[in-house]
Ligand binder design. Sequence first.
Ligand code: AMP
Ligand code: MG
Length: 486
Amino acid sequence: MPKQSGDAHWHLENTYMTLPTVFYTPQVPTLFPKPVLRYFNDTLADSLGFDRNATTQSCWAQRLTGMVQPLGSQPIALAYAGHQYGQFSQLGDGRAQLLGEQVTPAGERFDLHLKGSGPTAYSRGFDGKGTYRSMVREAIISEAMHALGIPSTRTLAVTTTGERIRRERWHEGAVLCRVARSHLRVGTFQHAALQDNPKVLHALLRYAISRHDPTLMQTDQPYALWLRAVADRQARLIAAWQSIGFVHGVMNTDNMSIAGETIDYGPCAFLDRYDEAAVFSSIDHDGRYAFKQQPYIASWNLARLAEAILPVLHEDRSKALAAAQAMLDHFAKTFTEVWQSNMAQKLGFDDEADNPLPWIETLLAHMQRLKLDYTHTFLTLSRDPFSQDLPVDNGFDDWRKSWLKALETAGVDQATRMKRMQAVNPARIPRNHLVEQVLDAMEEADMAPFDALMKALSKPYDYHDTDARYEARPDPTYRFVSTCGT
Ligand code: AMP
Ligand code: MG
């Protein structure tokens, strides 16, 4: 069959450009010496209406680095502001651009965004580039999150640029094509608030609502209900992180999506041994973004969102403040409910009936005290609560007996318990030591470990696949620290 043109299958629209021009700057292409497609997500491509074989690798590579504009694309760098580690800054896509929104065969709309594609109007003197290593790391973790059932931006492709870029050492440069429900962040609303013009805020709110919560436009309080919808998505997302053991690492307001997806994979990591104070980012000295802090930080970020839109939330300021407070209350209540329900299921309980909280809290206390591996502990309990692989410890043993007794009293039989637990306790997560091994091999041009890991991570809840390599805990002395070599 003859090759079709490189522009077949692109169905891009540019609705972001209906916003006032303060929200973006048109982007000119950066030329790269030798773009080569290294990772292409065929399944995702298919759902977006793309076919890898419809065009040549080099056509893809040119479009997925931003060197050639695909049909219908009007590339823009997005403007936003943000609190970074609590400090407010004017930011924006300093090393990224939005190609446009791909409308899928099913009629859904997804942003296609290139990360690492060269300097923009918002680069603030930085190079606008990204390392191959950090882009592949994002590909692995974002796709693993999706397979785990946690809302996340996804990775369509990683393309190396043929350029060497300087970080703590020289790296190969690469561009990641990120797929997201949108790139509207809390920081986008902070940027709108800075314009000190209610029309700008109204325009952004109407746009956000039309993209994510279109039915709210017909209600009499669209903004207050939208705020609540954002808080609801965020509460469910953070509850999912807390129950799977994920540390985002940089929950700045510019890294919080109002679509409720996990976005911006930087110094993130999954917990190995359970420690509620775990931090993986080398620059987070105060533990602002530690594991246990995440729900509080999410709430803090949502308060910044409410603050930004306060001038238009209600004509009556006291009613605007009441709506903001109601949203924060809704976040706290929803987070607690969803987290408890998730954790209950991780232990085989039916959350409504069984009052499982004491067993959850006591188990976490034992895990903290005994430095148990988070994923491995739940996995072992899901397989066999009498396994030799569990710690020999009187306290833990008493907990296990009372937990099994509580399940029995609640009428949960063994088959039901195992079915519930195995549906939510993953056998395979992107363990830090495994990801590092894969990235090392990949930098030596060996993609086989990457392909094998991606395959293993695509079925995290498959208890029949018993390849022990992907379940193995790291050496107890292993400590993962993520640097900013991004
Ligand atoms: P992040 O911590 O990845 O969310 O990035 C924070 C801000 O720094 C964003 O505005 C990024 O676009 C920008 N940024 C990060 N790395 C670079 C880079 N190499 N060149 C230009 N801007 C960057
Ligand atoms: Mg960011």
